[in-house]
Design a binder for this molecule. Structure first.
Ligand code: APR
Length: 242
């Protein structure tokens, strides 16, 4: 891989694999979330219309889990925050994850394209806010006062991810694209590597426990635990500055 110019824009995509060593489940591993729960029951707008209590129960459990004291950022999250602080060019972190471990590690230039577990949104008035407690259909919207409209501010299957214009604009001019801890099973994120490759402007790197569905799209591939490989990779990038 050719190291990018020092003022190059770096775009980093992360998935559930980066948070696995922090104690959070991935989705498609044998012990993943979708091995235990049918996503059609809890992660679609239709599911929320059909049985909002079931959907709230699923996200309340995950929101409580994320606030457990032993759930903390790992070395991979911390290395990406170090990269943002140490790299002369912009570093945009695009995460598919709804956990807040990147923020807790210190990343700031961050897009949650699938939303955030610690936020809620009202489907009636459109307002949103941070939220730590359990959510239920009987809770009044703090903005419009109506009942039944509050939902997790998470992007469900069939919904449009957040900030796609900003993501695509950054991908169109990045000097390096790095994908970390994602299976490459869900679009549009799964298409980012091909988009960058087809532009012919930048190398694409995959860092994952095992080859993803899009492995052949990457110019460089590193396989192993993110908490080991990501700090190494960040050290290599920052090492080119000295
Ligand atoms: N280090 C690096 N990679 C890991 C580790 C680890 N310690 N543990 C697991 N992985 C890898 C797995 O090999 C897998 O390829 O992380 C990937 C996780 O893939 P998924 O479970 O499919 O999660 P993700 O790619 O983030 O899913 C994308 O699908 O369900 C939706 O909205 C949800 O954002 C999610 C999206």
């Amino acid at each position: 891989m050719k190291m990018p110019d020092h003022n190059a824009l770096l775009v980093i995509l992360t998935g559930a694999g980066i948070s696995k060593e922090s104690g959070l489940s991935t989705f498609r591993d044998p012990d993943g979330v979708w091995a235990k729960v049918d996503l059609e029951e809890v992660a679609t707008p239709e599911a929320f219309q059909r049985n909002p209590d079931r959907v709230h129960e699923f996200y309340n459990h995950r929101r409580r889990g994320l606030q457990e004291p032993d759930i903390r950022p790992n070395g991979a999250h911390e290395a990406l925050a170090r990269l943002e602080q140490g790299w002369p060019g912009e570093v945009l972190l695009v995460t598919q994850n709804v956990d807040d471990l990147h923020e807790r590690a210190g990343s700031r230039n961050l897009i949650h394209m699938h939303g955030e577990l610690m936020k809620i949104r009202c489907e009636l008035c459109g307002e949103g806010t941070g939220w730590k407690e359990d959510l239920g259909i009987g809770i009044l919207c703090p903005f419009c006062g109506y009942k039944g409209g509050l939902r997790p501010d998470v992007v469900w299957f069939g919904e449009i991810p957040y900030a796609m214009d900003r993501i695509l604009e950054h991908l169109s001019r990045c000097g390096l694209f790095v994908s970390i801890g994602t299976s490459g099973a869900v679009y549009p994120a799964a298409g980012f590597a091909a988009l960058v490759r087809d532009q012919g402007l930048a190398d694409t790197v995959e860092i994952n426990l095992e080859p993803s569905e899009g492995a052949s799209l990457f110019t460089e591939r590193r396989y192993g635990p993110a908490s080991m490989l990501v700090p190494q990779f960040v050290d290599e990038l920052l090492g080119t500055l000295t």
